[in-house]
Design a protein around this ligand. Structure first.
Ligand SMILES: Cc1ncc(COP(=O)(O)O)c(C=O)c1O
Length: 401
């Protein structure tokens, strides 16, 4: 957590510089340029009850504090809290609520968020109602006197729908309801929800922020002092904190976030345009395409359409399986946002915890495939996708024979 609101002491303001320097200064003892990994679980106190800065690593740790300062700066917030996963960050935020409270949540969110809200919080007396966040009016209509939180993702996972953060925040503000935005898909390079009126931002730092698929982590960022005080208490009381080693890895990964996001966007834009014209593809969802119904909102709210593409194959689940299994550079795996390209089948993999009828109602069909476009050469990736489409086409040809 930081509270000085000045990027952890860094004079920089541009994200390209903040990713490298915010929260980090050469250590006074040795001049180490990279943030030291302080593994100590406890800290010597000069006098009883008077620690220097930290007393016990669950409550606070120097490597974690550097990461938190960096994340606060990147999301233009005063306070940041790091957690052991994105789900842990979400669970801690949900613990700011009480039985009888209600959450208005987007209907197209990460399957684990759906599971947390319905499988963990609902039995504790916290109800969730889901709405299509593409229409701020739907949010306004869903707010009741019990609503204590609006939770949204934009772009959504996996359908890449957008929610107008400023419009929803303005609707919620008139009713005194905080708005939480899961900014994992956009990353702070492409979108800053706090600037648009959101109360808090959640990240799975596992994804773009770390970017190397070697850490599971999460974070909450806010400028609301009252919420921050509660989160600070819960971070320590619940104890779902990341290890100093993981904090270091995220700090190292985030240094290249600006250049990585630039390349993710360039390559994904090219692949999305080619996929849209490819035989065997029914539709492509990518906020940078002219065919995306919310392209104008993407331009207004985001600084780039991101590195995720969702496509629906024209065919059967067997063909979607054949497509995925034929890929050689895209790895068939859950997760996203790493340097390596990944492909997955949301209905079978990431979104399996959402009941089949709910999935179908949303449009998460059996031929929907989600791509996380990595940093490999665009032509290699394109050839790989063409190989996948050819394998899918062969399934029908074999059947026809
Ligand atoms: C948008 C989004 N939010 C939250 C999470 C949960 O993060 P984690 O896996 O770090 O717990 C994920 C994981 O895929 C995600 O995609």
């Amino acid at each position: 957590m930081i509270d000085d609101g000045n990027a952890g002491g860094s004079p920089a303001t541009r994200p390209e510089t903040l990713v490298i320097h915010a929260g980090q200064t050469p250590d006074p003892g040795h001049g180490a340029v990279m943030e030291p990994i302080v593994l100590s679980s406890t800290f010597a106190q000069p006098e009883p009850g008077k620690p220097l800065r930290f007393d016990y690593s669950r409550s606070g740790n120097p490597t974690r504090a550097a990461l938190e300062a960096c994340l606060a700066a990147l999301e233009h917030g005063r306070y940041a809290f790091a957690f052991g996963s994105g789900c842990a960050a979400g669970a801690v935020l949900m613990h700011t609520l009480r039985p009888g409270d209600q959450v208005v949540c987007g209907d197209d969110v990460y399957g684990g968020t759906y599971r947390l809200f319905n499988g963990v919080m609902r039995p504790l007396g916290i109800e969730t109602v889901t709405v299509d966040m593409r229409t701020p009016e739907a949010v306004a209509a869903a707010l009741t006197e019990k609503t204590r939180l609006v939770w949204l993702e934009t772009p959504t996972n996996p359908l890449l729908h957008l929610a107008d953060i400023a419009a929803i925040a303005s609707v919620a503000r008139t009713r005194g309801v905080p708005v939480v935005v899961d900014n994992t898909f956009a990353s702070p390079m492409l979108q800053n929800p706090l600037d648009l009126g959101a109360t808090a931002v959640v990240h799975s730092t596992t994804k773009y922020i770390n970017g190397h698929s070697d850490v599971v982590g999460g974070a909450i960022i806010t400028s609301d002092a009252e919420l921050a005080a509660r989160l600070k208490f819960l971070q320590n009381a619940i104890g779902a904190v990341p290890s100093p080693m993981d904090c270091y890895l995220v700090l190292r990964g985030v240094k290249t976030l600006a250049v990585r996001m630039q390349r993710h966007v360039e390559t994904a834009s090219e692949l999305a345009a080619r996929l849209e014209k490819a035989p065997g593809v029914r539709r492509v969802a990518y906020p940078g395409l002219a065919s995306h119904p919310q392209r104008e909102l993407a331009r207004r709210q985001m600084r780039g359409p991101g590195g995720m593409i969702t496509l629906e194959l024209d065919g059967t689940e067997a063909q979607a399986r054949a497509f995925l299994q034929a890929l050689r550079i895209f790895t068939l795996a859950e997760s996203l946002g790493g340097v390596e390209s990944l492909a997955e089948h949301p209905a079978i993999m990431t979104h399996a915890s959402i009941p089949a009828e709910v999935r179908r109602g949303l449009g998460i069909t059996d031929t929907l495939v989600r791509l996380s476009v990595g940093l490999e050469h665009v032509e290699d990736l394109w050839r790989d996708l063409q190989g996948g489409l050819a394998a899918a086409a062969r399934v029908t040809e074999t059947r026809a024979r």
